[in-house]
Design a binder for this molecule. Structure first.
Ligand SMILES: *Cc1c(COP(=O)(O)O)cnc(C)c1O
Length: 573
């Protein structure tokens, strides 16, 4: 009763004070687009009774389906309408609904009937409340349109994530509401009004981060028309990368995957051969084995490095030899920038004389006993894909101590053209060379590699320190031999954690923070299920309990704090 009196008086005062403003807005709406000033829509009110909500019209008239979700940039929203929506001015005529008693100032936002019809059980209690012009859920989702804009499937996200979360918040409000809380919400609303809605910026897992010089390099290419696979930047890029990798020879190629493919070809792997491959990895490590028609044998991880387990590796080699199928190569992955147990693995590889290809796609700049990863095996591979620690937009590199192999790689990567004035081919070639423009971007990026590594390491340390109070979360640390670029910060939830990995991921997603489960092991992938594997359960367990946290080097300290506080929120609730 008190609330009703309060609502009535406030709405009356509000309408009187705002009258001149509302008149001006009405005139502008009339002048800027054809149609009525107000927009009426059926909404669900108290006790599920339908009522007609009054708003300023922000879309072109007769825009069609009224039940679809609209987002910023929607063609149907008028220019002035988008201004009204940004500052929530379109909602002000709702004061009339408050005066009439359809609505309160504060309450759940009156949603479309087809959503409210889906409420079940205790959730239906929020129908006991009068809907509000503002409310705790409306406040949290004041930037709903921005949030939807970033989603692939806005309608689904609107229902699955936002609507369900709003119901939860409104239910909590139902259980505990009083005039003081209402007043706080009203003040918060007015305060935000005057500022307009601030975007809830999405925090991505690992977005590219460019410095200034990339653009300068690229601009020069455009001016000189060096945009194909020829030009000075490819050479410079290869030289630069060579300096980082112990003066090894380098072939700049158009992807990490292409580099792995050529490494297998140059290692002499042929159809029907066996290749031992880390199971805990991204599919790009294993796919090239299939490209050459060989059969991968997947090796599970060891718990200290999360990378290939030396014990299982040796067991697999011995079994293969017994079957007269000695493996032709070992595909050794350094995941998330963390070095594998290189000494143990190289010792085994040397004992049986099997070449090692190091997939260091994620590990540029990481070292083992102060030596760069990629320089231990017969071949090393880096990736410069958009999400990697440094990027050429898309690209990769093959490195090798032996110059002849790299010459051969460059030959194969440019359609295997023989040395003739016309196009003569005596081998099957590939179109795998990096373009000069990509190399230009790469040159700028290599300049900042060292800085990026330090930033990535600082991000990992920050998370580790800030989350140390949560006993259920642990981190993968280096040992005395290894130095990681910590491309992504990964966390592992303890076995008896009350919160599972998906709960945590969805909780972050709801806050517009991207996180991702660790790689799903290859021996569990449908496409590789018929291949042999040596399994100890480690990688499957890591997949079930592990999560990659946002680790972009352009994250601000506020972004990092936002992620940390959202994680803590879940554990301390
Ligand atoms: C990214 C990646 C690759 C492939 O690199 P692309 O440049 O994307 O082809 C290979 N292996 C691992 C482990 C990777 O993370």
């Amino acid at each position: 009763m008190l609330k009703r009196i309060f609502d009535f008086i406030s709405a009356l005062i509000g309408l009187i004070v705002l009258l001149p403003f509302l008149v001006v807005v009405s005139i502008i709406i009339k002048l800027t687009s054809k149609g009525s000033v107000f927009y009426k829509q059926e909404r669900t009110g108290q006790n599920a009774k339908l009522f007609t909500i009054l708003k300023f019209r922000s879309m072109i008239e007769n825009h069609g389906d009224k039940n679809t979700v609209t987002v910023i940039g929607d063609q149907r929203i008028t220019n002035f309408g988008s201004f009204l929506r940004k500052y929530k001015i379109d909602e002000l005529p709702g004061l009339w609904n408050v005066l009439k008693g359809d609505m309160s100032l504060v309450g759940p936002r009156p949603d479309l009937p087809h959503y409210y019809n889906l409420l079940e059980g205790e959730d239906r209690k929020i129908l006991d409340l009068k809907p509000g012009i503002t409310g705790p859920a409306s406040l949290k989702y004041a930037n709903e349109e921005q949030l939807l804009k970033s989603q692939q499937d806005p309608a689904k996200y609107h229902y699955e994530v936002i609507f369900k979360d709003k119901v939860r918040i409104n239910l909590a409000y139902y259980k505990n509401n009083n005039l003081l809380i209402d007043l706080k919400i009203i003040f918060a609303t007015i305060f935000r009004f005057s500022y307009g809605s601030q975007e809830i910026r999405r925090i991505w897992l690992s977005p590219p981060n460019f410095s200034k010089s990339e653009l300068d390099f690229v601009k020069r290419d455009f001016n000189l028309s060096w945009v194909s696979s020829f030009g000075p930047h490819i050479n410079s890029f290869e030289n630069c990368l060579s300096k980082i990798s112990k003066d090894f020879h380098v072939a700049a190629l158009n992807s990490g995957t292409a580099s792995l493919h050529l490494a297998l070809i140059l290692s002499g792997v042929k159809k029907g051969d066996r290749v031992l491959c880390s199971s805990f990895t991204f599919s790009a490590s294993a796919n090239p084995i299939a490209y050459v028609g060989a059969n991968p044998v997947f090796i599970d991880s060891d718990i200290d490095s999360w990378n290939m387990c030396p014990i299982l590796l040796e067991k697999a080699i011995e079994d293969c030899i017994l079957e007269h199928e000695k493996p032709k190569a070992i595909m050794l992955v350094h995941l998330y920038g963390m070095p594998a147990k290189i000494d143990e693995i190289m010792k085994i590889a040397n004992k049986y004389d099997i070449p090692v290809i190091e997939d260091a796609a994620e590990a540029l700049g990481s070292t083992y006993k102060n030596k760069p990863l990629g320089t231990f095996g017969s071949f090393g591979v880096y990736s410069f894909n958009g999400n990697k620690i440094v990027t050429t937009s898309g690209g990769g590199a093959l490195i090798c101590k032996d110059k002849d192999f790299i010459e051969k790689a460059k030959f194969l990567a440019t359609q295997a053209r023989d040395d003739k004035p016309h196009y003569e081919h005596s081998e099957i070639g590939y179109n795998y060379r990096m373009s000069n423009v990509c190399a230009a971007i790469g040159l700028g990026q290599l300049e900042v590699l060292e800085e990026r590594i330090l930033q990535k390491r600082a991000i990992k340390s920050f998370y580790k320190e800030q989350l140390s109070s949560i006993k259920e979360i642990s981190f993968l640390d280096e040992n005395e031999d290894s130095y990681s670029n910590f491309w992504l910060t990964t966390i592992l939830l303890s076995e008896n954690s009350t919160i599972d990995r998906e709960q945590l991921r969805l909780h972050l997603e709801k806050e517009n923070i991207e996180s991702r489960p660790l790689w799903k092991p290859m021996h569990l992938q449908p496409v590789f299920k018929e291949y042999k594997s040596y399994v100890n359960g480690v990688s499957e367990d890591l997949f079930n309990r592990g999560l990659c946290l946002p680790s972009g080097t352009n994250m601000s300290i506020e972004d990092l704090k936002r992620v940390v506080s959202k994680i803590k929120e879940l554990y301390e609730a």
